[in-house]
Each structure stands twice: as C-alpha cells, then as structure tokens.
Design a protein around this ligand. Structure first.
Ligand code: LUZ
Ligand code: MOS
Length: 757
C-alpha cells in the first residue's frame, strides 16, 4: 500500500463526536477524592504562619498535605534540583504550591481553600531579567557561542548598529488544563493517568518524591488536549501531588486545575530582554554579530538552561555570519518558572537577529529583505556551534517564495495602495526560517516501539510518542500499514504507558514522529522479515520472491497465494514470535559543551514566509491580509496533518508577536489571569489567507520516511508579522523610531503611528 498522504488525523473522528478521552473524562473509581492546590498569595517572602484549622474542619475535607507529608524528597527539578513540590519556609512566586487540599468534591476543596489564612513576611520581588542581572540573580552560569573574531570584524564594518529588544512570554493555552488521576494498586503500587508530554519524567519524579522505586509507578497517557511545551516538564507537579495523596489515603485522587489556577501557577514562554550589535559591509554582508540574551527564567530552572542553549543555536536564524559572539544569561526572578514553549528559545533568538536587520535596513535606507537575501545560508557554511550546513534550502525556499508568489507584483500593489490611502497603510515582510531538529541534549534522542501482531492479524503498537493533537499516532499507523501493506483499520496505537515503553524522552523538540517512527519502522521491518520466511516455507519458494501487498502474500505471479491472516496463522503454528521491540537512537549527532562545538542536529528545516498586513491608522487596529509560505516538508507522509501543523504554528507565532500580552504587576501578580484579559488569535484575527506551498526537496534520511519534522519550525514565520506591521507604520509615520518590543498590540501600533510625527 503506498502511503496515503492525504490521510486525516484519525483522532478527528472521536474529537468531532466528543468521544476523545482526556484526563477529566476517565471513569473514576468509587470513593475518588478531588484535590485543589493552595498557592502563594505573594511573589516572594517568608512564611510566618499558615492556619489550616478552619479548612480541615470543613465537612467533606479529607486531609491537607504539605511538604511535611513527603516521604521522599521535596524536589521536582529536572536539569537542576532547585524546585520544591511544595514551598517549605519561603515562597518564590505568586502561585507557588504550598499545600494540597483533598476532599470529597472539588467544590468542597475550593471552599476549604478560602478558609486557609497565611501570614507572609514579604521580601523584595524581582520581575524582570534586567533587575535580576543587576542583582546577580541567576539560575546557572552564562553560556556563550562564538565563531570567527567578532571584535576584529567590527573594525572592518562600514555600518554598525546597536540596540535593545524585548519579546514577551506566551501562555500555552492548551485547551485541556493540567491534570492527573492517581489510583492505588496492590502492594503500594500506583497508576497515574497524566496529561503529560513526558510520562517517564512524571514516573521518575513521583518515585523520587514518594521515596519508592520507579517500577512501583505506572504512568499512562491517552492523549493531551494540547501541550505546546507546557506539559513537557510542568505536567509533573500535579501528577506527583495526586500520587502523594493517593499514597497516603490508599484511595484514588483526581486533580484538574481550573483555568484560573492553571494560568496563575504554571510557567510560560520565557520573556527575553536582549542587546545586539550588528556590523555590515558596504554591500550589505553581515560581517559581525554580537548579542547578549537575558532570559527571564522565573523562580527555578525547569528547562531554562536547555531553552537558553537553543536561543544560541538559532541566534543567526537563516543567515551565515562569519563572526558571531552570543551570550545568554538565565535570570532568576519571582515569576512562575518559565518553561518549554513551541520553538524552545529559538523564536526568542530569531526575533533579535530580525530586529537587528530591520534596524540596519532602516538606518541604511534599504529594505530589510535586501539584507536578508544577501546573507542567506549556503551549502557548507558553518553555524556558530560548529555544525556544517548540509542540504541547505534557505535560498531555494526564499527564491521559490519570491517567484511563486510574485513578490514584485505584491510590492507594487502595496506601494500603490499606500500612495492612494491616507488612513490605511499596508506593510510586507519576508521571514526565512532555519530550525535544527533533535533534542539539543544529545542523550535524549532515542525512542522505542513495541509491536504485537495478534493471531487474527490485527496489530497493536506502543511507543513513547504522546498524541497531543499533532497527529503522531496517525503517522505511526501509516508506517505500520506501509510496512505490512495492510489497511489502517487493522492497526491500533495503544496509550503511551511506562510499563510498555520505558525510559522515554518527552514528546518534544519536533522529534516525536522521527524518533518513535524510526523505532516503529525497525520493529515492523523485523517482523516482516520473519513473516517472509514463514511465507517462503509455506509456498516453497525463496524469501526474496515474497511480496506482501494490500493484505495478501504474493510470489512471482499476479495471483495472491495467502491472505495476511493466513500468514499470521501459519506463523503461530510455526511458533514464530509475533512481537517485536525496537530501539532507535539518532546516529551522527554530538555536541561538546566544553568547546560549545559539535553537530547537535540531525538536520535542519527551512522555509520562507511573506506576510502582508493592513493597518487602520486611525485606530491602530490591523489585519493580516495574507501569509504566503514555501515550506520544506521534505517528503511529507501526511500532507493534511503537516499543513495543519504549519497553519497552527504560524497563527500561534503571530499571536505571540502581536496580540498575546502577558502582564504581571510589580508585585509579581499575574494580571492577564483570565481569557478576558489574555487574547489569543481567533478566526477573526487569523490571516485572511494562508497559502503553503511545499518546497520540492529530497527530505532527509534521518527524517521518518524522509518526512521532515514540522511541529515547531513554522511558528517562527509568525515573527514576520511584527516586521510587516512595522513597515506599515513606517509608511504612515516616516519619523517612527523603530522599536523592537513585542507583542505589537494595537495600542502599541497606535502610539507608534503618532510618535514624533
Ligand atoms: N525539549 C528539550 C525541547 O528538552 N530539548 C530540546 O532541545 C527541545 N527543543 C525544542 C522543544 N523542546
Ligand atoms: Mo516542546 S517546546 O515541548 O517541543
């Protein structure tokens, strides 16, 4: 069966019927308790006293758990052990968990929460990365990448520009909020259903907090209602809390954060304050580039060090710059611990280089696209981290976008529109992207698959992949269907479960389909080889002449000799193993942190977007007229799913750059704490037209069936939205002094339109 590239995400059938199961939909056991978190009402301070007595006395409250009830370690940090599950004597952010209230119902637990009183001696609050830097408040040591000799190169530059940029955080807004359900099993074992991207880290952390062996904890995931990185690390605490309560009470415990609690207690994309210095030659070659990124990490490390690292990896986006010095500081503040978010620090880095280019273009008096085009990455260029760029598609995607979408005509159209309109102005920007695929932490790049063929010929597959709407389960089915040449209906993807596939990396880094798909492919191919031997014996022919096609076994003729089910029956009678367990680890990748050089990425994904906008210059409001993209899918194995990823990521990127505005006050309290004050793009603010043309390329051998990773890269097309708006503002207000402070909200657009007129 040739791959059905037009396949739909198979989850869509249960989604539209409301039959898809999320944590909150599980049939709960009789006697299940419900839990609500009591959290810090101040961003920084010493806990003087907490009075739980009234809450404990409330009818229906079973028990309140604090750090004192932890039998193992009060520690949930991943990369650095600096994060308690429950605050002990100090609180470090507004929303930091202090206790877990367990009651007969969520309603009662919430009521009890209101009865708790707390006395906190307040300490100084840091909310910005700059303040943290000034006070020497850091998560870890700074990191720095360098290539060439930046200092010397600046001496030879015709133009040098310096400036500052800011990009704000971003709320994940997964539709399914954080949650978990813990059920006690016999012998003190616990099964936890979690809405997590990383079942193994949930399992490991529960074991650590409870002080038990990992094999006592089973973590199961059916699917997530969105993750976007927000559940790579931060699904863990809620699962640990449910497990802790279940451990003590010997009862099932369920916790589902409501939207308010989720918004207040969980971290977001990291805000970055950055400075840049860019140097260009007379013919617009970028000769030197220097940056310092201040990452607002929040109260503890979480994934911040890895995210900071990816900022450095993507600091030059799609450009070759021979002399680069980049530095990143992970700044410890009193905000909720910021975390993974689609792009993982890459977008933050790319926004700075695009800002530097926009600034240079403005000052020199050329268009930014001239500078972008002049510096696009070419084959065998070196990235600042030492990897040699291979199979580069930067120019190919750029030139294709320009010609396919007729950029000259678009530019002429905009020019004449702006000439004839006074109160409305249009702007256009091009946004090339280059994104590295692999976990930057090399040891994480592995996965396993467990494939059973049942005796009726149906197939069950378990992997480490977590389905979170991205369609990875459909891709796994396609792989098995392709290898066995059987219809997709014969294949089932099991839940992601730590007892079937152990020691897994999270579903993240756009790599889930590649890693788990390769493992599935290896397992299926091993079974196929075995089955071909069975067939060749049954048909008394050579193994090489056996072909499986469309559910039948053939050899040397058009007539099928056996059905797939006959073949499986014969294999059973011959006592041949119909189960295979396969392991895949990405070859060829390595990175040496002592030199900050290596070959960390299996491959890169490329593409170019052209974004156009119309600004209402009386109101500051805007629309995106169109986004036209040429994207490098490699050889897409599921065109609809991949297109969905591009569209979703693009709009999420535009939201980050233009309308999603996270606000904390100086005391560290989240102001944008509801969906009435935090706006994500809806159908009305989505671009009026989105066109995505696949770039014709060979794909890459390290991509599953040459179908390149698609989850994160297209988010960064959204960065172009900022610069399209800026160009429209410039058309109205030539005296506008460029600022690089995202998001570019309508308020900010309005102010910019009338600044120094
Ligand atoms: N998660 C992670 C990621 O742990 N390492 C990565 O390199 C990464 N990249 C993107 C998204 N999540
Ligand atoms: Mo992620 S930002 O969990 O790939």
């Amino acid at each position: 069966i040739a791959l059905k590239k037009s396949i739909k995400n198979l989850d869509s059938y249960t989604h539209v019927r409301g039959e898809s199961v999320y944590v909150d939909d599980i049939n709960i056991r009789q006697g299940t308790f419900h839990a609500v978190v009591f959290d810090a009402p101040k961003a920084h301070g010493r806990i003087k006293h907490i009075d739980y007595s009234k809450a404990e006395a409330l009818n229906g409250v079973e028990r309140i758990f604090t750090y004192k009830d932890i039998p193992g370690k009060n520690e949930i940090g991943g990369i650095i052990p600096d994060e308690p599950l429950f605050a002990e004597h100090e609180v470090h952010f507004w929303g930091m968990p202090i206790a877990l209230i367990v009651a007969e119902s969520e309603f009662i637990a919430r009521k009890a929460r209101q009865l708790i009183t707390i006395d906190i001696e307040e300490l100084p609050v840091i909310t910005t990365a700059k303040e943290a830097k000034a006070k020497g408040s850091f998560i870890n040591a700074p990191r720095s990448f360098s290539l060439g000799d930046t200092e010397k190169a600046f001496k030879n530059c015709e133009y040098i520009f310096e400036g500052e940029t800011f990009s704000n955080g971003q709320e994940h807004l997964y539709i399914e909020t954080q949650g978990a359900y813990a059920e006690p099993q016999e012998n003190g074992n616990i099964k936890v259903t979690s809405s997590t991207q990383g079942p193994t880290s949930v399992q490991k952390t529960i074991a650590q907090v409870l002080g038990v062996a990992m094999h006592k904890i089973e973590v199961d995931v059916t699917r997530l209602g969105g993750g976007f990185g927000g559940k790579e690390d931060q699904a863990t605490p809620w699962a640990v809390m449910a497990a802790l309560a279940s451990f003590h009470l010997k009862q099932s415990v369920k916790i589902i954060l409501n939207r308010h609690d989720d918004l207040r207690m969980t971290g977001k994309r990291h805000p970055y304050e950055s400075t840049y210095k860019i140097g260009l030659s007379k013919d617009l070659k970028i000769l030197a580039y220097q940056t310092e990124f201040l990452q607002n990490s929040g109260a503890s490390a979480d994934l911040s060090p890895a995210i900071a690292e990816r900022t450095l990896f993507h600091a030059t986006n799609s450009y070759y710059i021979p002399n680069v010095t980049t530095k990143v500081l992970s700044c410890k503040t009193n905000l909720p611990t910021n975390t993974a978010f689609r792009g993982f620090g890459g977008p933050q880095g790319m926004f700075v280089i695009e800002s530097a280019i926009a600034k240079a273009a403005h000052e020199i008096g050329v268009s930014a696209s001239q500078i972008q085009e002049t510096n696009l990455l070419e084959e065998n260029n070196t990235f600042s981290y030492g990897q040699i760029a291979k199979k580069v598609e930067a120019k190919n995607s750029w030139n294709s976008a320009k010609s396919i979408f007729n950029i000259e005509a678009l530019e002429r159209e905009i020019h004449s529109y702006n000439k004839t309109h006074i109160n409305f102005k249009k702007g256009l920007a091009l946004m090339p992207i280059t994104f590295g695929i692999s976990f930057t932490n090399t040891p994480m790049n592995h996965a396993r698959a467990l494939v059973h063929i049942y005796l009726d010929g149906s197939v069950g597959i378990s992997t480490a992949a977590v389905e979170m709407g991205q369609g990875v389960n459909t891709k796994m089915m396609q792989i098995a269907a392709d290898v066995f040449s059987i219809p997709i209906e014969k294949i089932k993807i099991e839940t992601t479960n730590t007892t079937r596939v152990a020691n897994t990396s999270p579903s993240a880094a756009s790599s889930t389909a590649d890693l788990n798909g390769k493992a599935t492919l290896i397992a299926c191919n091993a079974l196929l080889e075995r089955l071909k031997i069975v067939a060749s014996e049954a048909l008394e022919t050579s193994k090489e002449s056996i072909v499986l096609k469309d559910g039948f076994v053939y050899h040397n003729s058009e007539k099928p000799k056996l059905t797939w089910t006959d073949l499986i029956n014969k294999a059973m009678l011959n006592r041949v193993a119909l189960t295979e367990n396969a392991h895949y680890a990405t070859p060829d990748i390595h990175f040496d942190k002592s030199t900050e050089k290596g070959h960390p990425f299996a491959y890169h994904v490329y593409g170019t977007a052209i974004i156009t906008t119309t600004v209402d210059c009386t109101r500051g409001t805007y629309e995106f007229d169109s986004v036209k993209i040429v994207h490098d899918y490699g050889k897409s194995m599921s065109e609809g799913i991949d297109l969905g990823q591009v569209e979703g990521a693009l709009i999420q990127g535009i939201g980050w750059m233009t309308m999603e505005e996270i606000a904390y006050n100086d005391e560290g309290k989240l102001l944008s704490n509801a969906l009435s004050t935090y706006k994500v793009p809806d159908i009305f603010s989505a671009p009026k037209r989105v066109e995505v043309i696949p770039l014709e390329t060979d794909g890459h051998d390290l991509a599953i069936l040459k179908s390149k990773a698609v989850g994160e890269p297209p988010l960064m097309y959204g960065i172009g939205a900022y610069f399209a708006l800026q160009n429209a503002i410039k058309a109205f207000n030539p005296n506008y002094d460029l600022e690089f402070h995202a998001p570019m909200t309508p308020e900010k657009v309005l102010m910019s339109l009338y600044k120094n007129p």
